[in-house]
Design a protein around this ligand. Structure first.
Ligand code: ADP
Length: 356
């Protein structure tokens, strides 16, 4: 264990890991990880105390960086994406809340990939899954993993899955998974990144082993804007591949309503007309447009005033309903962040590898 000081939070985690059903799940998961997982099985299951000791610092860092106990997003906060919500519910939420029905041919999928252009709600969906099934949410960005945990990413991946089993039921959400598991560098690929990838595959396999009667309630959700970059072995494990497209008319309207909840709007604003101008914009773009339109009123109110005069203004003085013109100005100012050729590429990938 190297005699390193171990923070108290880690102690309590170690206690959880060493006692009760969660510990069984942790050991069972690693032990069931199949041929390539033997090393992991020994490290995690048999030599638990040695394994936990040196990783005490890492557990504390992971708790701080990736553990999100209450992401707080609900299905209703997300505009549209009905089919994606249905598939996610069937693949992740239901197996967690009624595991007895999801056995044999109905076994839960090992992992789910959300793919599509940036800013379309992939992260929100993952958070909503965690909220809806009341499980622990580990939010891992591959970029953080690559930079912050450089040199110990492999250990970090192992430790992350151990923690997830301990806190089971859990969702491990890996954002930008392409940057971790790209197949581009197949030849010149760094040895370290190859090791991280194979550790990830071993751990995903381990999550769903039910050997010894222990069911693992850890689901891997991965998001990417570049699904075509994902290595084949990982793609096979992310059995459900759900396309999260740009919002269409119904979703555009819903996004306007979600974003402008509680904001004063001029009665003559026609949302159908506003939504009609939002083709090609992502959900994130539409949020930015709403923010900008909402700011326009305030900008009008303070135009020409000195800082001292502005300071004198009350909240009511600042009140100015959003007008149609505010929306038009915001839309003219903000360009769509996604290129049509990227959308086409996603749609083509969907035809070959997608689930919906
Ligand atoms: P992604 O993970 O696909 O890049 P996010 O889930 O992080 O996108 O969404 C970014 C922001 O865009 C959210 O914080 C939200 O404001 C807005 N947004 C995108 N899609 C939706 C949606 N379907 N419903 C509500 N808000 C959305």
């Amino acid at each position: 264990a190297g005699g390193r000081p171990v923070p108290s939070r880690v102690d309590s985690w170690n206690k959880r890991a060493g006692a009760g059903p969660a510990a069984g799940a942790a050991a069972g998961g690693a032990a069931g990880a199949g041929g390539g997982a033997q090393g992991a099985a020994k490290g995690a299951g048999v030599k638990k105390s040695e394994y936990m000791g040196p990783d005490g610092d890492l557990v504390a860092n992971l708790e701080r960086d990736v553990l999100d106990r209450s992401p707080g997003i609900r299905w209703t906060d997300i505009a549209g994406l009905k089919e994606a919500k249905r598939v996610l519910e069937e693949a992740t939420v239901l197996p967690m809340i009624m595991p007895e029905f999801f056995t044999g041919i109905r076994r839960p999928v090992k992992g789910v990939m959300l793919f599509g252009p940036p800013g379309t709600g992939k992260t929100m969906l993952a958070k909503a899954v965690a909220t809806e099934c009341g499980c622990t949410f580990f939010n891992v960005s591959s970029a953080t993993l690559a930079s912050k945990y450089r040199g110990e990413s492999e250990r970090m991946v192992r430790c992350l899955f151990e923690m997830a089993r301990c806190y089971s039921p859990s969702i491990i959400f890996i954002d930008e998974i392409d940057s971790l598991c790209t197949q581009r560098g197949a030849e010149g690929e760094h040895e370290a990144s190859r090791r991280v990838k194979s550790e990830l595959l071993v751990q995903i396999d381990g999550c769903h082993s039910s050997e010894g009667g222990e069911r693992q309630h850890v689901v891997v959700l991965a998001a990417t804007n570049f699904p075509w970059d994902i290595d084949e072995a990982l793609r096979r494990r992310l059995e459900k591949r759900i396309y999260i497209p740009l919002p269409q008319r119904e979703e555009q309207l819903e996004l306007l309503h979600i974003n402008l909840k509680g904001i004063d709007i001029e009665p003559n604003v026609n949302f159908d007309v506003v939504a009609g101008k939002l083709g090609g914009y992502s959900g994130d773009d539409i949020t930015n447009i709403c923010r900008d339109a909402a700011m326009n009123g305030m900008r009008r109110k303070i135009a020409g005033k000195t800082p001292a005069e502005i300071r004198e203004m009350s909240k009511d003085d600042m009140k100015e309903p959003i007008t149609m013109e505010d929306f038009i100005q915001a839309i003219n100012k903000i360009n769509p962040s996604v290129a049509q050729k990227d959308v086409t590429r996603h749609e083509e990938w969907l035809k070959v590898y997608g689930s919906i």
